[in-house]
Design a protein around this ligand. Structure first.
Ligand code: ZN
Length: 372
């Protein structure tokens, strides 16, 4: 399997992009597994999206966390920095080397292992990139890391896909004609404000969550999730949500390195939006009633995990509550902004359905062509 020709030509047309050959990925198992997985996503999406141009994805060599979308010779390009899967996997190996599985609220005291893999907040990005190599640790089963890393990378993939499908890229392109839409360092202007950007991120997260969650459960459990016990499915559901929180935390860290103005809502804000929909999602996937305090549990556990990676003291439990509270006003602004942004995006919508609705009852509806 060589580099996709269109993807290679796209990278060659840019001065700063180097396509990574899938044949050279064997040194990194997560990247290797992602190639057929993303191929399957592309094939699935092509079946249900008749207005979308062909989707071409590829990895680009970079030590910076990020992804971008673009159009090139009639194809929709999704370029993911090869650092993304590597850093996600190393983040998960670090967590598991210290606190094993994600602890629950019934075991609030976490004893960090002196033998675990950890770093400092200042060095965390370099540490997690690790020159593109995966960490291993005697106490961590590589497959446990792999399945969650793949699931989180699929979330990133669908998030990028939605930037194209829901017209975000096209609107971006009306202002920034020759520039790809960057995940970490996107442009803003009077026509496309920081709030507009955050609103598009919220939209991409929302749909990626709807599309990715059942797939994540099946990946985490190693078999179709309906065949597993409700308890197992719940634990996988919880694990995926904590993983998403960590992913947002990592992206926030990468973003703060590149600029002062944040385009993504804070991780607590992004996660609040997802957690708001988590009970609906749990109903849909027959996970059942989530326990009281599920949202705080997810964010708290995510913070413990991040603290373990960066060698910090974990803030008190009220810290999460305060963080969530601080996001509420801002989320109101985002939701309000969606009303006008949705009208500007509508002419560019490449999906089969009108742009969104609060929380569609059926994930299949997000991908279906039933109004064709
Ligand atoms: Zn995005």
């Amino acid at each position: 399997m060589a580099i996709n020709e269109i993807f290679e030509a796209y990278c060659q047309s840019k001065t700063n992009l180097i396509a990574v050959d899938p044949d050279d990925l064997s040194h990194n198992r997560v990247l290797e597994w992602l190639v057929p997985r993303f191929d399957a996503h592309v094939a699935m999406l092509a079946k249900t999206h008749h207005k979308m141009p062909p989707v071409v994805f590829g990895f680009v060599a970079s030590d910076l966390l990020g992804a971008k979308v673009d159009m090139f010779e009639g194809s929709a390009i999704i370029a993911v920095n090869a650092s993304v899967p590597t850093m996600i996997a190393n983040m998960l190996t670090s967590v598991r080397s210290q606190i094993g599985a994600f602890p629950s609220l019934t075991q609030p005291i976490v004893v960090l292992s002196g033998n675990g893999l950890w770093t400092t907040e200042a060095d965390v990005l370099t540490y997690l990139f690790n020159g593109g190599q995966l960490y291993t640790h005697q106490d961590v089963a590589p497959d446990d890391v792999l399945v969650l890393a793949l699931s989180l990378c699929s979330f990133v993939f669908f998030h990028e896909f939605i930037h194209i499908r829901n017209g975000h890229f096209a609107l971006h392109n009306t202002t920034f004609k020759k520039l790809a839409m960057e995940e970490i360092n996107p442009g803003t202007s009077v026509d496309l404000t920081v709030l507009d950007r955050q609103t598009m991120e919220w939209d991409a997260d929302k749909v990626a969550y709807i599309v990715s969650t059942d797939l994540a459960l099946t990946t985490l459990l190693g078999q179709p999730y309906p065949e597993r016990s409700p308890r197992d499915v719940f634990l996988a559901f919880r694990e995926y949500h904590i993983g998403l929180y960590l992913l947002f935390r990592l992206m926030q860290r990468a973003e703060s390195k590149t600029k002062n103005v944040r385009e993504h809502p804070a991780p607590e804000g992004r996660m609040s939006l997802i957690l708001e929909a988590s009970q609906s999602m749990a109903d849909l996937l027959k996970v059942g009633a989530l326990p009281a305090g599920f949202a705080v549990d997810v964010m708290r556990t995510g913070e413990v995990a991040w603290a373990a990676i960066t060698g910090q003291v974990v803030a008190g439990i009220t810290y999460q509550a305060d963080l969530i509270g601080s996001q509420i006003d801002h989320l109101g602004d985002v939701l309000q902004n969606w009303n006008q942004l949705r009208e500007r995006l509508a002419p560019h919508n490449l999906g089969e359905l009108p742009l969104a609705r609060p929380f569609p009852p059926d994930p299949a509806a997000q991908l279906s062509d039933n109004d064709a």
